[in-house]
Every structure is written in structure tokens, then in C-alpha cells.
Design a protein around this ligand. Structure first.
Ligand code: GAP
Length: 456
């Protein structure tokens, strides 16, 4: 498996991920997704939408605002409680997340649910040192709210203060009634949303793993109370299957059920899917059974009735909710980490290959004219034909071997070579990324041939 440094260097040099604001010296912990990274992110989102929305009857999409009425965040508890325990070194004044410091000191200790006093005591009794200056004295822990604030309109006053959303989920809850009314969907059904979220994290880091601006893919699956734990198991399995089906090795995954005492007050079951990142197992995907907490809270604060009339039993109730929530960037890191390999060939040559699932490959096909002068026109015709259906790239520089290696390194699933035979037999050589096997395929059959082999 690659190291985090290898992944970072690879992602920057190939055009997956660049340092944010680079020509101005950068902006710490911000990243821009380049030509390949943008395609990879799109493919991850497409696969998620396919699995979680399209393939499940009654599941629908939503694209709600990043800016919401501030009362949404009062009702959801984010204004009062969306905070991390912040501690500050008395010497160098660097700030850290106290819970992370404790967990990093002893990975068997999980401070979720501890009070600040318990964390302060632990840091003192175990003599934890400042990760920056190694001194051992810290200020008392305080709550640090992670929501980014901004102002709407032209006057910077408290009344105009609004927030960038720290999760996409609340946009779904506040639209439950709209969606149920307009789709007339019966329970159970899910609402899926992909979009940006913003958190002023105290300690961002590990490349794109923890950043202040990121994309979430969240589904709120509304169910009849009493059936939620069955659905919780169903979606937990669906999340794991999604990862396995896209090529993640099962031994790199761990499902961690939250202990009863560590559950958030609104949840009656929560599981984190952990992935073996280069620094160890860490959270990739959270699946929570959130009861009727959110809809009840919005019902109370907005005074709108958010209950559901069950047409089968004539009962009226506030639905319970199962929420699988995952960050797109954490999946980018997962799939790059799983797929990037240096392979030693029979010739002893090393080839770097991104053996990523073809549905996620930034380019499905590279079109390569064997000799630029002779085969360029026909190659370009094939490019135009296939680019209507797939992400295709074109490369006519350097010898064919070098071009194959370049495409292998960025995960392109097929290389199509146009040569002197092509004009005569209306066929091309198709080379497979993983096996390097080649076969001759008629131009007219290319589209269906490729479609079949890249399906997810
Ligand atoms: N609505 C529930 C929710 O937001 P969360 O555990 O805070 O739950 C869900 O976030 C997922 O979003 C995480 O499992 C992770 O994949 C991603 N995520 C959260 N914070 C992130 C950050 N600062 N940077 C990148 N991804 C993040």
C-alpha cells in the first residue's frame, strides 16, 4: 500500500489534486481537484447516486441550499452544540482537539461522551505533551463551534448573521414535507443529497481526509417507527457492499458499532465504517439511526406539522430516519490508496498502474494513433464517436509503449490503437489496463464492448 506522501505526490503530479491557491503560496489545508480528480469525484458521485437513489424504488434526489435560515441550525442543535473540545498549549499557544490528543496517546481510549473535566483530568494525569513544543501545560478545555459564519445583505450585524451548512442533512429534513407532498411517496423512502459542507475544523490534515470545505453524500431514509433497526442493518450492508463492489479489499474495512453509552442522544444505533488509511484505521462512513429527533426538532421550531399519515393503517406519526453519510474526498483517498500499485513485469520493468474500478476510472478509453501523421484523422473520428458515451482522452506524443504507461498510471481502462490495418479491416487494437492483453475489435462494436466491461 502506498504511503500518504506517495499518494500526495502522485495526486499532485498527475493532476488529480493540487494545493489550493498555490500560486499565492497556498491556503493551508485547501485542495483543488484537477482534470483527473474532477472526473474521479464525478464518477464516485455517479456511482453513489446509482446505488443509493436510482436502484432503490422511491428514493429521490435533492439539491438544497448551502445558506439556510439560521433557525434551522438552532433547531438541529448546531448553534448550541456543534463544537469540538478545544485545548490550547500554555507555552506556544497552538490549539488542539483534546479528544484527538487523548485517542492518539492511547488508541484504546475513546473519549466520545466524556465531559471537559474528564478530558482535562486525563491530559494532566497522563502528562500529555504539546505536539508542537512538547511542554506539558494546557489551558482548560472549552467548546469551539465549528460553523463558518457569514452575513447576508449589506449590513454586518447580528440580525443578518447566517452560516455555511456544516452538513447537507438538515436541508433534507426541512424539505421532508415538500418532497412527500410532491412525490406522494409512501414510507419507506429515502432522500439523497450530494453537496458541499463547511466546518472550521481545529485540526484539519492528512491530505484531503479532514478539510474545512468538503463534499458529503448523505441519504435520509424515512421509515415507520419500530422498523428502523432492520433498515439500519440493510443500509449498513449496502454501504459496505458499495465499497466492496468498487474494489475495496474487505480486510481494509472495519465496522465499528458505537457502544450504547457513546451514542449521541438522538441515536439508537450508530456504526462507523473505518478504512485502513496510510496512518491506520479511521472513519470513512457513518451510518446512524437518528430516530425522529430531527423531524421533531424542526416541527417544534417551525411549528409546521411534519408527521406522515400512513395510508395503510391510517396512523399518523413522525417518521424515524436512517442516515448513511460519507465524504466524497475520503472516498477519493480510499480509492487512490486501494488502487495505486507498482507492478514488476516479467521484463523486470516497474509499471505504475492505478487499478481502479473502471466505473471510477477518470478516462475509460485513450485513443492512440500508432503513427501520428498517418493515423491521426481516423483516431480523431473514433474519439468523436466514443466521447459521446464515455470520458475519452487522446494522446499522439512519444512511442506507443510510453503512451500505454502514462495511461496505466492514471487508471485509463482501455487503450485503443489505430494502425495501418484499421483502414482495411475497420478494426482497432484494444489493450486492457490490468492484464495488458490486446484484442482486435471492429470500430462499430466498440461502444457496446466498452459499456459492458465498465459497468458498476
Ligand atoms: N449528517 C451527519 C454527519 O454529518 P459526520 O460524521 O459529521 O456526520 C459524515 O460526517 C461524513 O462526512 C464522515 O464520515 C466523513 O466521511 C465526512 N466528513 C466529515 N467531516 C469531514 C471533514 N472535515 N473533511 C472531510 N470529510 C469529512
Amino acid at each position: 500500500m502506498p504511503t500518504l506522501d506517495t499518494l500526495t505526490t502522485y495526486a499532485k503530479s498527475t493532476g488529480f489534486i493540487y494545493q489550493g491557491s498555490e500560486i499565492y503560496g497556498g491556503l493551508a489545508n485547501t485542495w483543488d481537484y484537477g482534470p483527473l480528480g474532477s472526473l474521479l469525484k464525478n464518477n464516485i458521485k455517479k456511482a453513489w447516486i446509482q446505488r443509493f437513489q436510482r436502484e432503490f424504488p422511491n428514493n429521490v434526489l435533492l439539491d438544497s441550499g448551502i445558506l439556510l435560515n439560521s433557525n434551522v441550525w438552532k433547531a438541529s442543535g448546531h448553534i448550541g452544540g456543534f463544537s469540538d473540545p478545544l485545548t490550547e498549549c500554555e507555552s506556544c499557544h497552538q490549539r488542539f482537539r483534546a479528544d484527538n490528543m487523548i485517542h492518539e496517546h492511547d488508541s484504546k481510549v475513546n473519549p466520545d461522551g466524556w465531559t471537559f473535566v474528564q478530558m482535562d483530568d486525563y491530559i494532566k494525569t497522563h502528562q500529555l505533551a504539546c505536539p508542537n513544543c512538547q511542554k506539558k501545560a494546557f489551558m482548560p478545555i472549552r467548546a469551539f463551534n465549528m460553523m463558518f459564519q457569514t452575513y447576508q445583505g449589506v449590513v454586518l450585524e447580528k440580525a443578518n448573521q447566517i452560516y455555511l451548512r456544516p452538513e447537507t442533512a438538515q436541508g433534507i429534513f426541512i424539505n421532508f414535507k415538500n418532497i412527500q407532498r410532491t412525490t406522494r411517496n409512501k414510507l419507506p423512502f429515502g432522500v439523497c443529497q450530494v453537496g458541499k459542507a463547511f466546518r472550521n475544523e481545529i485540526t484539519p490534515g492528512n491530505f484531503v481526509f479532514r478539510t474545512r470545505e468538503f463534499e458529503q453524500m448523505e441519504m435520509e431514509f424515512f421509515v415507520k417507527p419500530g422498523t428502523e433497526l432492520e433498515w439500519f442493518d440493510y443500509w449498513k450492508k449496502a454501504c459496505k457492499d458499495f465499497l466492496l463492489d468498487l474494489g475495496v479489499n474487505e480486510t481494509h474495512l472495519k465496522l465499528e458499532d458505537h457502544e450504547k453509552e457513546a451514542l449521541a442522544h438522538y441515536s439508537n444505533a450508530t456504526t462507523d465504517i473505518l478504512y485502513q488509511f496510510p496512518w491506520g484505521f479511521d472513519e470513512l462512513w457513518g451510518i446512524a439511526s437518528r430516530t425522529d429527533f430531527d423531524l421533531n426538532a424542526h416541527q417544534e421550531h417551525s411549528k409546521e406539522n411534519l408527521s406522515y399519515l400512513d395510508p395503510e393503517t391510517n396512523e399518523r406519526y413522525v417518521p424515524y430516519v436512517i442516515e448513511p453519510s460519507v465524504g466524497v474526498e475520503r472516498l477519493v483517498l480510499t480509492f487512490l490508496n486501494e488502487s495505486l500499485v507498482d507492478e514488476t513485469l516479467e521484463s523486470e520493468e516497474i509499471r505504475t498502474v492505478l487499478k481502479i474500478h473502471p466505473a471510477l476510472s477518470p478516462y475509460k478509453v485513450a485513443i492512440l494513433p500508432l503513427i501520428k501523421k498517418l493515423h491521426k484523422d481516423q483516431a480523431f473520428e473514433i474519439y468523436q464517436q466514443l466521447s459521446k458515451s464515455f470520458d475519452v482522452t487522446y494522446d499522439d506524443t512519444q512511442n506507443i509503449g510510453k503512451r500505454y504507461r502514462r495511461q496505466d498510471a492514471i487508471g485509463t481502462y482501455f487503450c485503443i490503437t489505430v494502425d495501418h490495418e484499421t483502414e482495411l479491416d475497420q478494426a482497432v487494437t484494444v489493450r486492457h489496463r490490468d492484464t495488458m492483453q490486446q484484442e482486435r475489435i471492429k470500430i462499430e462494436a466498440l461502444e457496446s464492448y466498452i459499456s459492458k466491461l465498465i459497468q458498476f
